[in-house]
Design a protein around this ligand. Sequence first.
Ligand code: MG
Length: 452
Amino acid sequence: MTRLFGTNGIRGVVGPEMNAELALKVGRAIGTSFEGGPVALGRDTRLSGPMLARAAASGLMSAGCDVVDLGVVPTPSAQYFLAKSGYLKGGVVVTASHNPREFNGLKALDARGMEASREEEEAIESIFFDGRFRVAAWSEVGSIRSDDTANHRYLDAILAKVDVASIRKSAFTVVVDPGNGAGCVVTPYLLRSLGCRVISLNAQPDGAFPGRMPEPIPEHLGDLMRVVSEVHADLGIAHDGDADRAIFVDDKGSFVYGDKSLALLAKAAIQGRGGTVVTPVSTSSLIDDVVRAAGGRVVRTRVGSPIVARTMFETGAAFGGEENGGVIFPDHQFCRDGAMSAAKMLEILAHEGKRLSALVAALPPYHLKKANVSVPVERRDAVLASLVELTKGRKVDTTDGVKIVEADGAFLVRPSGTEPIFRVYSEGRTPERADALAAEGVDLIKKALGRR
Ligand code: MG
């Protein structure tokens, strides 16, 4: 069966792939899978958001769903609203997360606010492709109403779960760059509530993304790094387009890889109580060292936040997250939580009484390097098969993509689930080794691409 959902919902370029017709049909399919029950609907700031959200709403209502329209919300804000509602059957968020401007997407959420499982997605896909839509009778057609309380509830819930007094006492200076995405409507206000001196960049919602591209990677965060060092801020925070991820810049203006912030947040979460930390195979071995030292254990999964969240739920994990800045706090909710990560990082700085640059420097010395290589979608499977061939005879982990493990480092190459690229993640004991292993990964992909 053809798939509709990638690793993180349905994504595509607006117009040819992602359009009103598709959103309507997906809305009908999701509404059918929810048996016409009430549904929350949210979106990020993308220009096509209103069009797609209204089309999806029509599809949902045609299946008999009453729709609660949350407007522009970070994905975790919609998830929190949903989980706490007690009556909603599920949710739909119109977002393409970190993808470039021309993309948009649709994400289905279950009644607990968790991203739909693969089984739930398959159920929606089978309704979609078989055209088995629920069609409500004239008197059963769904209604729609607006509710603008989701962001307030989300913000209050975060404030209830961090040590506000300590953070306020520290009076941090923070530069926040929500990248004109959904984080604009929550994080600057959260930081102000935490007593920070807040300097914001790209903090007006704008789906044209005039300030920077939505993915929080070093190449897109030059302004943030510069401003943090120029104003001598304590911390820089960047979100992706739907603010379920938070990436940090230290007090020296240096980009902190998500693997490192994840290790710091994991340590704080399990220190003194142990527990399980769930993370995909793409995360650096740094997490293993840090979690083991803090008395916990690491469970590895395939890449994708839904699988991490589900595994956390099933194993009763204390903490989990990804190397890209997506972090899950199960005491709050089972989904990636950008604003919550930001608040927790400030709590760590307040409790430790140290600069972020010092905390990062004190971590076990793993040097990381990441790279992307364009690969046409139709070549994806062939390239992956060639990679397996090309790495025969080496120590390989194929949990997801191809991971080559060597004595002094490792690298993983895998296709992105949302974009026509392969990602390369490498780690080494020295920066040179990390660079060399990343270069080897890039070369391997190019070699595989060259084969026919
Ligand atoms: Mg995201």
